[in-house]
Design a protein around this ligand. Sequence first.
Ligand code: AMP
Ligand code: GLY
Length: 436
Amino acid sequence: MNLLVIGGGGREHALAWKLIQSPRILKVFVAPGNAGTAQERGLENIPLTTIPDLIEFALKEHIAFTIVGPEAPLAEGIVDAFRAADLAIFGPTQQAAQLEISKTFAKEFMQRHRIPTAEYASFSDPELAHQYVNDNGAPIVIKANGLAAGKGVVVAPSVDIAHAAIDTLLVDKHLGGAGSEIIIEEFLEGIEISFIVMADGKNVLPLATSQDHKRLYNDDSGPNTGGMGAYSPTPFISPEIHAKIMREVINPVIHGMQQEDLNYTGFLYAGLMLTTDNQVKVLEFNCRMGDPETQPIMLRLKSDLSMLIEHALNGTLDKAETEWDRRTALGVVMAAYGYPEQPRTGDVIHGLPNRLVQQQTENIHVFHSGTAFGGKDGKEIITAGGRVLCVTALGDNTKLAQQHAYQLVNKISFNGSQIRDDIGYQGVRHQQKHKQ
Ligand code: AMP
Ligand code: GLY
């Protein structure tokens, strides 16, 4: 059968790369894809982005089912539109995706279903917002209500920075409508982890755990980004914490959605803080896989992803099982000059492993994000977005996975590349302390 993956980033490259490994799958179309998906055997890019075009394509090509990578098409209602055309698609409806699209919806939903999260208040009036900051002090967190591609959150260490963030969003309207309402939230301290599951409306299948690195620079400093690297599994989720997350966060979301007649189907990503006082608190929900978490998670997945998704589409996820490579996978993002504010495009990328090497190596894979063909005679691979590549490798522990990934990172180059050199550092420290 033929499948369709919507999106063109590293997450979609990794999903499509995994799907085509199944002997049941003939071809995976990626819309629009990138230079990495263009080069994989069995994948084919299609230059379509609008929902009506994608529906027409899926009908014409008899696509067995479609998987949605990013949040924007979910917010546009792609799942509702495909279902109305009788097409199978894995993702939440527009209503259910409010969990990611609207921070106010997510916060109110969590309150209704007693899901632990930071204390907060929402504002559209700047005066009241400033007053709240004066009353509560710093550190404090300011968030745009709407989708802002990782740019809508300011973790303010001082009240001055908090006041400035309020003015940027509510007075200068820096993010337009996405920031016309804000929430101001209690600052949480602890270890941040990513917990991603698949859901079929009533059953849940947890995927392997992971940890992302959101800040641009080493030691988690600098501005927030979409993610500069990730590894899986993270040693911070013990079986007890795993059970607590399922009990206190994931199951209440799925049951709460059922109660509100919004049956949640699709990937569900909970960004969680494991706080210093041993609590689990939700930072955010995403209605999709994480990027770059997907890249290491897919490198470890041994089960047939297409079968897992089929179970999810049939409402039988309770019968699905996953098998994982016991090793750690670690992905290092190579980002473009100017990312995250104003990424430069068009820089030629050197040193990429050739197509054959990519296909023959099982322990390492370079997943492409913002890449395209260009340069001299249009055959070179050039940067075409903020995050450019995610170099992902397996190793017997986090330290070894880290070494393997950076060995390959060091062979790849493009002008102005931004790379953190400490991806996985918390996992490495934890393992060294516990001699794993
Ligand atoms: P969000 O998009 O809500 O996940 O926020 C982006 C990033 O800001 C998170 O990944 C955290 O690193 C940080 N962050 C968000 N909310 C808080 C909070 N309440 N306390 C501390 N850090 C936060
Ligand atoms: N890596 C964070 C995200 O996908 O939102």
